[in-house]
Design a protein around this ligand. Structure first.
Ligand code: ADE
Length: 229
């Protein structure tokens, strides 16, 4: 799967050279290509932003450099889905991640900076995605979050497909049950007896009940819509 990113800070994406995503790149499961928006900046200073019409503080990204960058990438890779990372976008959740992971050949992510991007850029993308109801100073980290979440769902990227089914928001759509490893007792806290019993049926029942309890306490909205993540 291909990820293209339009950004003023292509060097930030070097961080994805580590861990699972690094291995996915090394094995050829994914490619990540960061395109420098500055190359499409205007004038001698390669300007990409300007003051907002109507006044107000901060700078807004001008549409022409973004549009030129999008056109250039799409001319080479016409079937990419274009996604603007934006706090105003649809919320990223595991359901949307699964949907995006089915996309071939891949995604073009547009990372805005400053106070926002000119609203006319919305007409040039297929969707807008937010990683949560808080504001970051740029779309680079949100783009990386999306790349990480999508990549780990791709076949061959995580060794054990069962771990995908069991983890939070997996097939059940619930939070994951609590995990324990050695030692049996840590600072006075013991591993629940059932996990030491070797009785796999009882362990499964306990884990399902714990997952349900945790979800009810911390994310009750996940229980409200059956099957929805
Ligand atoms: N850019 C700035 N904040 C963002 C957010 N929460 N999600 C996506 N893109 C953003």
């Amino acid at each position: 799967m291909e990820f293209h990113v339009i950004t003023l800070f292509p060097e930030m994406f070097a961080a994805l050279g580590a861990g699972v995503i690094g291995r996915a790149q090394a094995s050829g499961s994914i490619t990540i290509c960061a395109h420098n928006l500055r190359e499409h900046g205007l004038g001698n200073y390669r300007q990409v932003d300007d003051t907002p019409y109507g006044g107000g503080s901060g700078m807004v990204m001008r549409p022409e450099p973004l549009a030129a960058a999008i056109d250039e990438v799409m001319a080479q890779h016409p079937a990419l889905q274009r996604i603007l990372m934006s706090p105003q976008g649809e919320p990223l959740n595991q359901g949307l991640v699964r949907e995006l992971a089915r996309n071939r050949p891949g995604l073009l992510l547009i990372a805005g900076r400053y106070e926002g991007v000119d609203a006319r850029i919305s007409a040039m993308v297929d969707r807008e995605v937010s990683i949560g109801d808080y504001v970051l100073s740029g779309g680079e980290l949100p783009a990386m979050v999306l790349i990480e979440a999508v990549t780990r769902l791709l076949p061959c990227v995580l060794g054990n497909p069962e771990s995908l089914a069991e983890e939070s928001f997996g097939l059940s759509g619930l939070l994951e049950y609590p995990h324990f490893t050695r030692p049996e007792e840590f600072r006075g806290m013991r591993v629940p007896e059932v996990l030491l019993s070797g009785d796999h049926r009882r362990i499964r029942v306990w884990r399902e009940a714990e997952a349900r309890k945790l979800t009810a306490q911390r994310r009750p909205h996940l229980l409200a819509v059956p099957g929805k993540s």
